[in-house]
Design a protein around this ligand. Structure first.
Ligand code: AQP
Length: 354
């Protein structure tokens, strides 16, 4: 079982990223390591350039995100942690996959429609191609499992279809790539956490907590602490009743706080609800969620403060990962090129080429 996931070096990572993705990475790293398998985690800088961005800030954010991942528990001795642009095979496979991905489907993707509407000057071709690059990220490693939040479902479906289409069209004799069958590419499974797969904005619990479209007051950043953190929870939007129960449709704000409480304490939602049986009101729920989040994130904050200043060490960690990732992706790309009839055929020696 090989695990792959990517995360953008955009903004400051928030509680949704942490619970939906980063914490699953650490769990996946441990599981893969124990089984002698690979877990790959990639800081996807090429994805971040699909919307307006500042080059100098991108570099800073890349180190911020790398330090957050290490502070959360990723260990380069147990996993392969690298920067996407250090492995050129992602971009090459994107182009190869573009031959099977329908343009109309890309234009209908929710993220493309939402993000293109938010662009002031340019809707880049890269934004349209974002899901193909994401498919290439995962398929280049023949990963079986992709730990992500619930919001990535549509991207996962496109990726799975791309793998199926490549297998069917270019290498049917190698197998389907799913249901335990090998194939030229593997059709990967999405893995979302049982609790916290979609953390909502504290100010607008109908919308997911988000880097680009959320409210600052409703977005809990992993490095928030003290009064700033407290204020966000105390001002969280609830409802006009006084009953603490889990009901996403009728009580989105309270349900989101319960989900955050359960995820942070690593319990079930039922246990979180039961723990609030003696609460005097929503104030107690907010304090409980705040304390649970603070306790969960405190070690990460401390470790981040130690790791972030040493950019040379962060580069060294990424370089180790990139070397190993390049080996794996290089083998897969060589198979894909061969199956697709691109490049020098296998077994043909060309004078002057290694
Ligand atoms: N609200 C969320 N709840 C649970 N999981 C979430 N993820 C994102 N939001 C939530 C998961 O975080 C991972 C990283 O996502 P990304 O690389 O897209 O990083 P980002 O740009 O910082 O994340 P956002 O907030 O999702 O950006 P927007 O909304 O601006 O596009 C993914 O696994 C994602 O599922």
């Amino acid at each position: 079982m090989r695990i792959f996931s990517g995360i953008q070096p955009t903004g400051t990572k928030h509680l949704g990223n942490y619970i939906g993705a980063i914490r699953q990475y650490v769990e996946g790293q441990e599981r893969a390591h124990a089984a002698g398998d690979d877990a790959l985690f990639c800081v996807v800088d090429l994805h971040a350039i699909t919307v307006a961005y500042d080059p100098a800030e991108l570099r800073t954010r890349l180190y911020d995100t790398t330090a957050v991942l290490l502070a959360a528990g990723l260990d380069p001795a147990k996993c392969i942690l690298f920067r996407q642009s250090d492995v050129p095979h992602h971009a090459e496979l994107t182009w190869l996959l573009s031959s099977v991905v329908p343009n109309g489907r890309l234009a209908r993707m929710h993220q493309f429609r939402d993000k293109s509407a938010a662009q002031r000057e340019l809707v880049s071709a890269g934004l349209l191609f974002y899901p193909v690059l994401m498919a290439a990220d995962v398929l280049a490693y023949r990963a079986d499992e992709v730990p992500v939040g619930e919001d990535q479902r549509e991207h996962l479906e496109l990726m799975r279809d791309a793998a199926r289409d490549v297998n069917r069209r270019f290498a049917p004799e190698l197998g389907s790539g799913e249901g335990g069958e090998r194939g030229l590419l593997i059709v990967p499974e999405q893995r979302t956490p049982p609790v916290g797969a979609r953390i909502m904005d504290l100010q607008d619990p109908a919308r997911k907590m988000s880097t680009s479209s959320g409210s600052v007051e409703g977005t809990v950043y992993v490095l928030d602490e003290g009064k700033a953190l407290e204020k966000k929870f105390k001002r969280a939007v609830t409802d006009s009743e006084n009953e603490i129960r889990f009901d996403r449709a009728e009580k989105p704000g309270v349900s989101n706080l319960l989900e955050i409480l359960a995820a942070s304490r690593r319990t079930t939602i039922d246990e979180a609800v039961a723990s609030m049986a003696d609460a005097r009101g929503y104030g107690d729920l907010k304090v409980a969620a705040l304390e649970a989040v603070d306790a969960e994130l405190a070690p990460l904050r401390e470790r981040y403060a130690e790791l972030r200043p040493d950019e040379t060490a962060l580069e060294a960690a990424l370089a180790t990962g990139a070397a190993r990732a390049t080996e794996i992706a290089g083998e897969v790309l060589s198979d894909v090129r061969e199956a697709m009839g691109v490049g020098v055929p296998r077994g043909v020696s060309v004078p002057g080429r290694g």
